[in-house]
Design a protein around this ligand. Structure first.
Ligand SMILES: NC(=O)c1ccc[n+]([C@@H]2O[C@H](COP(=O)([O-])OP(=O)(O)OC[C@H]3O[C@@H](n4cnc5c(N)ncnc54)[C@H](OP(=O)(O)O)[C@@H]3O)[C@@H](O)[C@H]2O)c1
Length: 384
């Protein structure tokens, strides 16, 4: 089993060395952000043309430069696509306009970003009807440093290390200029201060998935003493549902499904019962649960293991009765609420050990998450 928990606690496993290396370089991203790029192209990209934000004054930047409000460049490196399709539509562009900061937003120098299934489903055009216009810089999850603040921002300042899911509504008009870029502009209310014990890689792995885990539990009125079955306990969301159900909501019993090689991970996260879906049919269990959290799309089968009065939370696939499906809303306040659990190590980020993928390997990172075999989160770092 390849994936390991990334954390500064004893649960840190074989990825420690690599993670620590990144951590020490990431520590430079405090008040002053080091930019590795030394030349910012003056080429006018198709993105710039279409967004009509072409900088007339892009200049070569020195090899090492600090990003502050006064020194933010006008163009940046980013991944983008200007048509829907497979990974082949992804393009690297070194002259994308740095997004402008609205009154309620901050500009983040991105240190790490993470992928979610919504990133590739969106790129495939599944949410075309409600998507923002093309071209798109993908990416919802971010961790980085504030380099500029809008005029009405009150709780964040330049130099703050923050993390968050940058699009309030994942499917309804998500941001055109996402986190797979050197800079991204985000509303203050969608962000929280990065937990002090976590690296940027670890922090970037959390926002969308942990907000989804929390919102699903809250919407199902989950509470202390209740039991839960998590379908897909090893994915980005499931690894956090197991932990948040137990550590934050006080679950009396947590069961979860995965394939054989990931059962130990489920137990290490706090699952009392780890079910190998390649060998057992969870729907034939005698045991019943107050809540089934379906992160795979098996809402119909899950009704068989539901207690009377229980409910199914579905993230994808059929909407079961009794049960519901919802789409996560990004809220910085949820991250702030969960920060003590992250800082105490009660809830730990799980980062897939195939990553972090460096910025020039974004296509490989997308290809990997699209296999539906990732364990925990697929993170992109460092970002130039
Ligand atoms: N509605 C929302 O707001 C919302 C928010 C977030 C995510 N989602 C959706 O929820 C789903 C899960 O998201 P995610 O980020 O957790 O995905 P993910 O990380 O990509 O999930 C990958 C995991 O799925 C497991 N898996 C594959 N087939 C399985 C099966 N039959 N039973 C149990 N586990 C299985 C894999 O484990 P094995 O290798 O062991 O098979 C792998 O570890 C996606 O469809 C996503 O789009 C919706």
């Amino acid at each position: 089993m390849e994936t390991t928990l990334l954390s500064s606690t004893p649960l840190q496993l074989k990825k420690l060395d690599k993670s620590s290396l990144f951590l020490s370089s990431a520590c430079k991203f405090t008040n002053r952000v080091c930019l590795k790029s030394n030349v910012l192209s003056t080429k006018v990209s198709h993105f710039c043309k279409k967004s009509l934000k072409v900088s007339a004054s892009s200049q070569a930047a020195p090899a090492t430069e600090t990003a502050t409000a006064s020194s933010v460049p006008s163009v940046m490196k980013a991944w983008l696509y200007d048509e829907y399709g497979g990974v082949e539509v992804l393009k690297f562009d070194s002259s994308v306009s740095v997004p402008e900061v609205k009154d309620d937003q901050v500009l983040i120098k991105v240190a790490a970003a993470a992928l979610n299934p919504v990133d590739f489903k969106r790129r495939l055009g599944k949410f075309k009807a409600t998507d923002s216009p093309l071209p798109t810089v993908p990416g919802y999850d971010v961790a980085g440093v504030v380099v500029k603040v809008g005029s009405s921002v009150s709780s964040l300042k330049e130099g703050d290390e923050v993390y968050g899911n940058i699009s309030e509504f994942a499917l309804e008009g998500p941001k055109q200029s996402g986190s797979l870029a050197e800079y991204t502009a985000v509303e203050e209310r969608l962000l929280a201060l990065k937990p002090k014990n976590l690296s940027f890689v670890e922090a970037a792995s959390l926002p969308l998935a942990i907000e989804t885990a929390h919102e699903g539990l809250e919407r199902s009125a989950f509470s202390a003493g209740k039991s839960i079955l998590v379908l897909n306990g090893s994915g980005g969301v499931g690894t956090l549902v197991i932990q948040v159900a137990k550590q934050v909501f006080g679950a009396s019993r947590v069961a979860a499904t995965s394939s054989t090689g990931k059962l130990e991970l489920l137990k290490s996260l706090g699952a009392d019962l780890a079910i190998d879906y390649t060998k057992e049919n969870y729907e034939e269990l005698d045991e019943k649960f107050d809540v089934v959290y379906d992160a795979i799309g098996q809402g119909d089968k899950s009704l068989k293991v539901l207690k009377e009065g229980g409910t199914v939370v579905a993230l994808t696939g059929a909407v079961p009765t009794p049960g519901f499906r919802f789409v996560v809303t990004s809220k910085g306040s949820v991250l702030t609420k969960l920060n003590p659990y992250l800082e105490s190590g009660k809830v730990k980020p799980v980062v897939d050990s195939k990553g972090p993928f460096p910025f020039d390997k974004v296509v490989e990172a997308f290809s990997y998450i699209e296999t539906n075999r990732a364990t925990g989160k697929v993170v992109i770092a460092p970002i130039p």
